[in-house]
Design a protein around this ligand. Sequence first.
Ligand code: NAD
Ligand code: ZN
Length: 259
Amino acid sequence: MMGESEKRLGNRLKTAAEAIRGAEYLTAFSGAGMSVESGIPPFRGEGGIWNKYDPAVLDLEAFVRHPGRSWPVIREMFICFLGADGRPPAQPNEAHRVLAKWEAAGRLKTTITQNIDGLHAAAGSRNLVEFHGHCRTMTCLDCGRELPLNAEATRAAVPRCACGGLLKPDFVFFGEGIPPGALEAAEEAARKTDCMVLVGTSGVVYPAAAIPQLAKRRGATIIEVNPEPSDYTERIVDLFIPMKAGAAFLRMDALLGPR
Ligand code: NAD
Ligand code: ZN
């Protein structure tokens, strides 16, 4: 017999699928939890890298003053995304793939991610706002030259540009602004959307956390996929799906049927 809680969860998934099917401008908003099933630990909580390092090393001023303290952390994150030392590169999981499929089918208009691991793009998402930048390149803080961020380029203890300047990876450090265009694109999507699906985000990092709040104020239905309640759950979420991303998106996708 089906348990009462499984029945309730089934009903919530059905209601979520109906909201997704009926949406005119569906958006997704993802955080670190999206990539946990791809083997990338979140910053906070179990297995998080902030249990091992002080987040202050990824502060822009700290980086400029003591780059030799920041680079071991950057390198560790980077190895975790791209693989190295016998570790395979991280791959998109079922949830990334379902979102890319919904976009290709015209169901999903925009994906806004706080992640810097590149997995939404790897899964095929195209209309993607990388709110906190990415790990594909680094930029010289002196001359502005852009170089690929790869194992080769980061071999030195502190990678430097030919001009001698410090090379900073193109993800957003603490104390740094959101990349040009990303804030505007995210806000535009939040104003247009009538249904936003939050996945794997705790809602404590600003200004990113203001995006779902803007969508809510504009009248959007907010669905949240997260095994744990977040800062959003009580405040703005209409439909909370207490599940891991992979299983939740597979079940919602199955309920949606073909398009
Ligand atoms: P967070 O680390 O603050 O919170 C992660 C959330 O994911 C939690 O609410 C947790 O309950 C949930 N979660 C855990 N496992 C999950 C699963 N399997 N499915 C769905 N949800 C799951 O994440 P945040 O809100 O994104 O803030 C962290 C910041 O750190 C972001 O700004 C991001 O840029 C950065 N970050 C990025 C990566 C990455 O690129 N993969 C990884 C760690 C941190
Ligand atoms: Zn330079």
